[in-house]
Each structure stands twice: as C-alpha cells, then as structure tokens.
Design a protein around this ligand. Structure first.
Ligand code: PMP
Length: 357
C-alpha cells in the first residue's frame, strides 16, 4: 500500500477471483465457467465486429439491448448492460446504496456483495442462513433495507421459490430488491416477469456461465425503466463505453443460438446430478444445487486436504464459505466425462487415505 492510498480505501479487502492457470493441463472446476466453447456464429460475430475497432463501441448498446428486450419480453428501456454482471451489481450498489440506504444479504452468498458495499461505504447486514445454509424468506419480509439475493444462491446452488421473491419485493416498498440470476438458466425459473409488477425489483444476469462467454465480460440488469435509468446514470458517470464492440456483437448473436445452449444446459445439469449423487455415496454432505456447481463437505476429510489431493490428480476446485460454511468445496460441473474422472479422483483420494491409516 502506498502512503497515497486514501483513508477511505485503506480498509478495503478486495474480492479474490479463482485461479486461472495458464499452460498447466488442469481440469478447471473452480470458477463456474462452461466446459464448452461458444457457438461458431458467436465467435464469427465477434470477429466481424473486430474489423471496426477503430471506432468507439455503441455507448447505448442499442442492438444488444433490443435483442435482449425481445428475448425477455420487455422493452430496451428495461435493460442496462454491464462489463460482466459484477459491473452491473457494482452500479446497483453505487446507485441505491448510501450512508442512509443500507444493504442486506445472506451470510452465505456471493462474496462480492460485501466488497461492493465496502467500496461505496454502504452499511450492510449479513443475515444468517439456516443450519442447512438455506435462505429463510421470512428474514427479508418488511426488512426496510435494500436487499440482494442470488437465486440460485452461490455457493450453495439452493433456490427460493419465485413467489417468495415477490413477497420480499412487496413487503419492502421503500427499498430496492436485487435478484442475482447468474445461474438461473441452469434452474429454468426467473423473477424477470415480476419486474413488470414491482417498481423496486431488479434482476441481474450474466453471459459468463450459461452463455459460455466468461471471457467476453457481459452482464445486464432487467427492471423497471426508472431503476434502469438510475443504473444508466451511474454507468455514464463511470464509463459510457463499458462494453467493447466484439462483446456487444457476440451477446446479440448468442441469443439466436438457444437450441445449442439448451442442449448443453441439459448435459450440464445431468452431470451435476450425477456428481451430487456420487459424492453423497462417497460420504459427502451436499446442498441441493440447481446451478452449474455442487457444494460439498466430507465428514472426515478437510477441504484443504481434498483440494491438495485433487490438484495432484489434475483438478482445480475451490474452497469457499466462511464460518458456518467453512471447509466446503465448490466444484464447477464440467462435461460428463470430466465429472466421471473427477469422481474417480475423489475415490482415489479416499482410498489412498484409508491405506495410510
Ligand atoms: N453473481 C454471482 C452469484 C456469481 O457467482 C458471479 C460469478 N463470480 C457473478 C455474479 C459475476 O459474474 P460475471 O461478472 O462474470 O457476470
């Protein structure tokens, strides 16, 4: 830290992203990326757009917002684009949070929420999940704070019924309720239709997981025009050209490839259910994940030991969760054959351990 870092920034604890090894032949099950490439039409659209990189990108993202609006059955004025949904979430914290406008979110959830709150000096409350790490809807009824809930939640993959989210929005009319749907495509349900009914409800989405475009950095919010206008105000105060032309083109092309994506989502969710069941059979406790990852803990083997054993066998996973959720592994679901190999590696770790004892 230099002596110039401002007093307000000294206490920041930044978010730590998962490892992105270069070169090493590791199977990456650590950052919830897809094991499949994007469709060729998406790659082609980005390559075409690259020919016009001498020009600034469209600050309004007109074509992509129109395509997203048609896809979700809303209007372009209901969509705000971000450089990854992390940026959209950051804009939302900046827009709706403040010294007098606190945020609340679960204690076991996406680790970036407290970081955004700290960056903008927003007071926040972490509300305990129940003993099985599930969010209790009742804790958020008439809370009187801005709320952010990931649904499916991360890193548990557990879901709340959409009706419960409606009750949360309805009972907090003076505050904004943000539903982070980074993983919703793997589950198949969404709160987007509710944004037509509740003026305080915002949904964020990403292309990183279910559109296989993590490296393109593309996210967006869907919500009532006035909330979107507020996000756009922050965006124009920060970087009107927050999305590059290649990403804008790729994002629109991806929406025309639903058949490809849906077939792959089925493969991923089948591999998830296989992995979850196989781990339970090997003595793991797991949450009931509806996302593209599983969250698991072994009764006898620590998360650190499992991570080290997996790495030796060529697999990267991630240890996540603070306090009550400590010592669990979040394992991204890859392709079916990768998950069979992963379960083989776990069996091998448990076998080697038994032989030693
Ligand atoms: N929300 C949740 C719950 C996530 O797990 C992630 C991925 N780390 C994000 C948002 C952000 O994803 P991105 O910025 O790649 O869109």
């Amino acid at each position: 830290m230099s002596r110039f870092l401002s007093a307000e920034r000294r206490a920041l604890t930044p978010y730590t992203p998962g490892e992105q090894p270069r070169g090493a032949k590791l199977i990456k099950l650590n950052t919830n990326e897809a094991p499949f490439p994007p469709p060729q039409s998406v790659v082609d659209a980005a390559a075409n757009a690259a020919q016009r990189l001498n020009l600034y990108s469209d600050p309004e993202g007109t074509a992509l917002r129109a395509a997203l609006a048609a896809y979700h059955g809303v209007s372009p004025e209901n969509i705000s684009l971000g450089n990854g949904s992390d940026e959209t979430l950051a804009f939302a914290f900046a827009a709706f949070g403040g010294a007098e406008s606190a945020f609340a979110f679960p204690d076991v959830t996406y680790g970036f929420y407290p970081v955004f709150a700290s960056l903008y000096n927003i007071p926040y409350t972490e509300i305990q999940t129940d003993l099985s790490l599930k969010i209790r809807t009742e804790d958020y009824i008439e809370l009187g704070k801005n709320i952010v809930l990931a649904n499916p939640n991360a890193p548990t993959g557990e879901t709340l019924p959409i009706d419960d989210l409606a009750r949360v929005a309805e009972s907090n009319p003076e505050n904004v309720v943000i539903i982070d749907e980074a993983y919703a495509d793997f589950w198949g349900e969404t709160a987007i239709p509710l944004t037509a009914k509740y003026e305080n409800l915002l949904v964020t989405r990403t292309y990183s997981k279910s559109r296989f475009l993590a490296g393109a950095r593309l996210g967006y919010a869907v919500g009532p025009a006035e909330l979107i206008h507020d996000l756009e105000t922050v965006r124009y105060c920060f970087n009107p050209y927050n999305l590059n032309s290649m990403t804008l083109a790729a994002g629109a092309a991806a929406l025309g490839e639903d058949a490809y994506y849906k077939a792959r989502w089925s493969e991923i969710t089948a591999a998830r259910d296989y992995t979850q069941n196989a781990l339970r059979g090997l003595g793991f406790e797991t949450t009931d994940s509806k996302a593209n990852f599983v969250f698991a803990r072994h009764a006898d083997v620590s998360g650190a030991e499992l991570l080290a054993g997996l790495r030796k066998r060529g697999f990267l996973a991630r240890a996540l969760g603070r306090e009550r959720a400590r010592d669990r592994l979040r394992i991204t679901v890859g392709a079916a054959e990768q998950m069979r190999a992963f379960i083989g590696a776990v069996e091998d770790i448990l076998r080697a351990r038994k032989e030693l004892s």
